[in-house]
Write a protein that binds this ligand. Structure first.
Ligand code: UD1
Ligand code: CA
Length: 479
């Protein structure tokens, strides 16, 4: 029997205190709803109906762009039918909006759009109810805010009571509703119109279908999940924060299981996907974003951000460095405090030191940019030494220009290379130069005023009035 999925995602998420629709808040850098869809698509449902309302256009655009941008392309693109719920009148009302699009013979799997980490295994267990109603439940140490599962003296599930409608006795129940259930579509069409909004929230509760099923003698099968992570919903920023840590802990465990040393697994964040070679060590507060590929024996220092990058074997990334959309060869040493910006390629054995920024440039084998430099829109050859404080002046206020530096070039410290510029193989730039013209192979380019010396120079001496002058200036400032 074909399975059709309904995902409820029309609410604003008032308790988030945010203008962003709740399902677009992220866990591990990815929207909550996206996490859910990546799991549900593996069930190969006939169709997925997503009920949207608050911020509908934003939700649709964001989710569709995530799927079209995902690399590698998803094997199964979920066939999504976006259904609008104009007014958010409750979860049952939301399901009613989707029902007309569903084949009456189908099995319907209903999911909360704000419960992102449910496992495929659990979905598989829930989604084949036959003639019954399958309901995923969970035992919570603190069930506050959730719907409680009501059972009779035969231990049969007879209904669900929402927190706001629950008696003090019911509030003590720790078995809760996860809002993940599946049942035949024709039962839903029979029960949903019976549901009223006579309750504390004046909403049409989906949870009332449980009482309907019981009345109609349809067996209700409670399937218990023993994993809090997979049944946790996001209703507040505190929930989001907790779930983020649970998600990151899972990822850290997976990465460590593959052989990576995380010096503190609770201070590691992966917002995307990563691949590590053998014997890599990751220090604390490292963030990996997008697609990151790391070779063998790489050391990543603390407080480092690596986004969409490939790093070769035996590299050392020292603390507080940022590597963004770049390719790093083998045996490179980067940082501390280095910033490698998009479209940069470092070849093998390159050394990039502290407070160096490299943008859209390629740096040849064994070249060094060790201190306080900016290299942008440049091609730098092999064995080049770029001294401290060198700047490629690539921008004239209107356009960007290229700097091409050959092999075995030595650029003296504190030089400005005014692009467009070409410096030939083996050339030298004298320290403190402003270079505006190309330098030929093996030549020395230097542009600085010759030093003059004045013998027996008398330094200015203090006249005794210095303090008065300072005071005056301060008073002027106040005025
Ligand atoms: C719901 C359940 C509760 C369960 C909990 C589990 C109901 C009445 N209660 O409560 O028993 O323990 O989930 O996480 O269902 N939504 C719509 N349209 C609406 C209202 C809500 O699409 O008119 C969507 C929301 O965007 C959200 C989901 O339905 O994704 C659940 O709504 P929410 O208000 O978060 O319900 P809970 O209070 O969490
Ligand atoms: Ca919720």
């Amino acid at each position: 029997m074909a399975v059709e999925i309904i995902i409820l995602a029309a609410g604003k998420g008032k308790r988030m205190h945010s203008d962003l629709p709740k399902v677009l808040h992220t866990i591990g850098g990815k929207p909550i709803l996206q996490h859910l869809l990546e799991t549900t698509r593996k069930l190969k449902p006939h169709r997925t109906h997503i009920v949207v309302g608050y911020g509908k256009d934003q939700v649709i655009e964001s989710i569709e762009s995530q799927f079209s941008n995902s690399t590698p392309a998803p094997e199964i693109t979920p066939e999504i039918n976006w259904v609008e719920q104009k007014e958010q009148r409750g979860t049952a009302h939301a399901v009613i909006q989707a029902l007309p699009y569903i084949d009456t013979n189908a099995t319907v799997l209903i999911l909360n759009g704000d419960v992102p980490l449910i496992s495929l295994q659990t979905l598989k267990k829930i989604s084949r109810p036959g003639n019954k109603l399958n309901l995923l439940t969970s035992k919570m140490l603190d069930p506050t805010g959730l719907g409680r599962i009501i059972r009779n003296n035969k231990n049969q599930i007879t209904g669900i009571s929402e927190e706001k409608d629950a008696s003090d006795q019911q509030k003590k129940i720790t078995e809760v509703n996860t809002n993940c259930l599946s049942v035949k579509a024709d039962y839903l069409s029979r029960w949903l119109p019976r549901i009223s909004c006579k309750n504390a929230q004046k909403e049409y509760y989906l949870t009332d279908v449980i009482a309907c099923a019981f009345e109609d003698n349809i067996e209700i099968v409670g399937i218990a999940s023993n994993c809090v992570t997979e049944t946790s919903g996001v209703n507040s920023k505190a929930d989001l924060g907790k779930l983020e840590r649970l998600y990151q802990a899972r990822q850290a465990d997976r990465i460590m299981a593959s052989g990576v040393t995380l010096l503190d697994s609770s201070r590691f964040d992966l917002r995307g996907s990563c691949q590590f070679g053998t014997d890599c060590v990751v220090d604390i507060n490292v963030i990996l974003e997008g697609n990151v590929k790391i070779g063998n024996r790489v050391l990543i220092g603390p407080n480092t951000l690596i986004r969409n990058a490939t790093i070769g074997d035996n590299c050392v990334i020292e603390s507080n460095s940022v590597i963004d959309n770049a390719i790093i060869g083998n045996n490179c040493n980067i940082g501390p405090f280095a910033r490698i910006r998009p479209e940069t390629v470092l070849n093998d054995e390159v050394r990039i030191g502290n407070f160096v920024e490299i943008k859209k440039s390629s740096i040849g084998n064994k070249s060094k940019v060790n201190h306080l430099s900016y290299v942008g829109d440049s091609e730098v050859g092999k064995n080049v030494n770029i001294g401290a404080g060198v700047i490629t002046c690539n921008y004239d206020g209107a356009d960007k220009h290229q700097t091409i530096i050959g092999n075995d070039v030595f650029i003296g410290s504190d030089s400005q290379l005014i692009a467009p510029l070409e410096i030939g193989d083996g050339a030298t730039v004298g320290a403190g130069s402003t270079i505006t013209n190309n330098i030929q192979k093996n030549a020395l380019g230097v542009s600085r005023a010759r030093q003059t010396s004045i013998d027996n120079w008398k330094r200015p001496v203090r006249t005794g009035q210095k303090h008065t002058v300072v005071k005056k200036t301060r008073r002027n400032f106040k005025n």
